[in-house]
Design a protein around this ligand. Structure first.
Ligand SMILES: [Cu+2]
Length: 493
């Protein structure tokens, strides 16, 4: 910790966040260490079924209704913590899929392999194995797999599920598991056009298509997204101040709803929405002159607008000032949104939109680029030490202002509220981004490792909002050095 200006609070919060996402095993284990750990059966509200199955894995494929047993060992690995299969088909696999025939008794033994406090919960079946605290301790969850489908299991210690301790239990036909496979709606953060360069104003044409699609919201969880061009956020457009811009929008014939576009870069009533209220199968165009440079949000403006936005219909358009923006090595495109599902976050299978939660502003998920894991497991940002990075960050929302922050970095320059003509602010830790607003931040990467994009309203991290930025390159001990506490098992980055 060589930033003398860092306050203790910021440090503590940052460390807490790192613990959640990447783990700080030492802190957990030292805080919870007990001299002995008694092995105890699950204290659970599940039907009190005594385990009768022998201590080996019985394949669920045999249709054995009597029971199936699994052993999972806790481990440090992958994104943080994980369950590792022991024995049978799941041996050595991280967070393995567990399967059981409908009606089978499932017995899961949890073995503590890392000396950190853990448990395992099957909330859909009201079952949870007691906490294990010391290395070698074990506990058991037993329940009856009395409903078909795909269900989550996870460690219920706060933060551990988000740190990677989550897997799937598939009961009955594997076809159900297949059925909830949606497509990826995640827009890659590198999917944006390059700088325009020193040209004069031109006529340019932008194409947009509204596409309704069943997409992956999280692992094993799907949602009926409404998108532009099948991705969240929609395409990143780049024009120059003074350009005459023709916007051509199409509503895919397979859609069920009317859609439209309101671009905040437009000067004119509705931002174009009046010309683009399109029924499925329709298309239309309008033109506008890009009068003001800036980074602007666009979104669907068809009632209920908040519904269309939360389902994924937002994106950004950059209107470059004359001469463009200063050159950087890497540019990224990231947008924050909320998703309102009827079931609680973490429920597997297809999820339904919940209008009441939308109106009450109580989302189940907060996401970057459309889905949980989008910019962590799937498409992390990548750069090199020495790179100057610019992130175009917008909030589709529809409701929550973001306290945008990168754990481990300081923004060298912030184009506050995405104003590109005001002087940039310098040396900013966290910047506010309102719904329907944006920012552009720039910083140089001095130290290699993993940085974490968050909304510093950090409860939202627990609901899916996180992104990784990996910086590759040689260590820079002059700026940052240290050693992890012994026995933590943490490899740092
Ligand atoms: Cu729409």
């Amino acid at each position: 910790m060589h930033r003398s200006s860092s306050s203790f609070i910021r440090l503590a919060v940052t460390l807490a966040a790192i613990a959640l996402v990447s783990l700080a095993a030492a802190a957990c284990s030292s805080a919870k260490a007990e001299p002995t750990q008694v092995t105890k059966p699950a204290a659970t509200s599940a039907p009190a079924i005594q385990p009768t199955a022998p201590p080996h894995v019985v394949s669920a494929d045999t249709g054995n209704q009597a029971g199936v047993t699994y052993t999972l060992e806790t481990t440090i690995g992958g994104a943080g913590f994980a369950f590792k299969g022991k024995g049978g088909d799941i041996d050595g696999k991280l967070n393995p899929d567990l399967t059981a025939a409908l009606g089978a008794t499932v017995q899961v033994t949890l073995a503590d392999g890392d000396g950190v406090q853990h448990n395992i919960a099957f909330p859909d079946f009201g079952a949870q194995a007691a906490d294990v605290v010391t290395k070698g301790a074990s506990s058991v969850a037993v329940f009856k797999a009395d409903k078909e489908g795909m269900f989550a299991y996870f460690c219920a210690i706060p933060g551990h599920r988000q740190a990677g301790m989550e897997g799937k239990l598939i009961v009955g036909s594997g076809a159900i598991a297949q059925a909830v496979q949606g497509v990826s709606v995640v827009r890659e953060p590198t999917d944006l056009p390059g700088p325009i360069g020193p040209r004069g104003p031109q006529n340019v044409k932008l194409d947009l298509e509204a596409v309704e699609v069943v997409g992956n919201l999280a692992d094993g969880t799907t949602y009926n997204y409404w998108t532009y061009d099948g991705r969240v956020p929609g395409p990143f457009f780049r024009v120059r101040v003074g350009d005459n811009v023709e916007v051509h929008m199409k509503n895919n014939a397979a859609n069920k709803n009317v859609h439209s576009t309101d671009l905040h870069a437009v000067t004119g009533p509705g931002g174009g929405a009046v010309f683009t209220q399109l029924a499925p199968g329709q298309e239309n165009s309008f033109t506008f002159k890009a009068l003001n440079p800036g980074l602007y949000v666009y979104h669907c403006a068809t009632p209920m607008v908040a519904n269309h936005i939360s389902n994924g219909m937002y994106g950004m358009i950059l209107v470059e000032p004359e001469g463009g923006l200063p050159a950087v090595d890497k540019e990224f495109y990231v947008m924050q949104g909320e998703i309102y599902t009827q079931a609680e976050m973490g429920k597997k299978g297809p999820q339904e939109f919940d209008v009441k939660k939308l109106l009450n502003e109580t989302p189940e998920y907060f996401v970057l680029n459309g889905a949980v894991g989008s910019l962590t497991a799937q498409h992390p940002l990548k750069a090199k030490v020495g790179d100057k990075v610019r992130i175009y960050y917008g909030v589709g929302g529809p409701n929550f202002t973001s306290a945008f922050h990168i754990i481990g970095e300081i923004f060298d320059r912030v184009y506050n509220l995405a104003s590109l003509t005001s002087p940039a602010q310098t040396d900013v830790q966290t910047t506010l981004v309102p719904p329907g607003g944006a920012t552009a931040v720039e910083f140089k990467l001095e130290v290699p490792g993993r940085y974490i994009l968050v909304d510093h309203a950090l409860s939202r991290l627990e609901r899916g909002l996180a992104g990784f930025l990996f910086a590759e390159g040689p260590d820079n001990p002059e700026v940052f050095k240290g050693t992890a506490p012994t026995g933590s098992g943490s490899g740092g980055h």
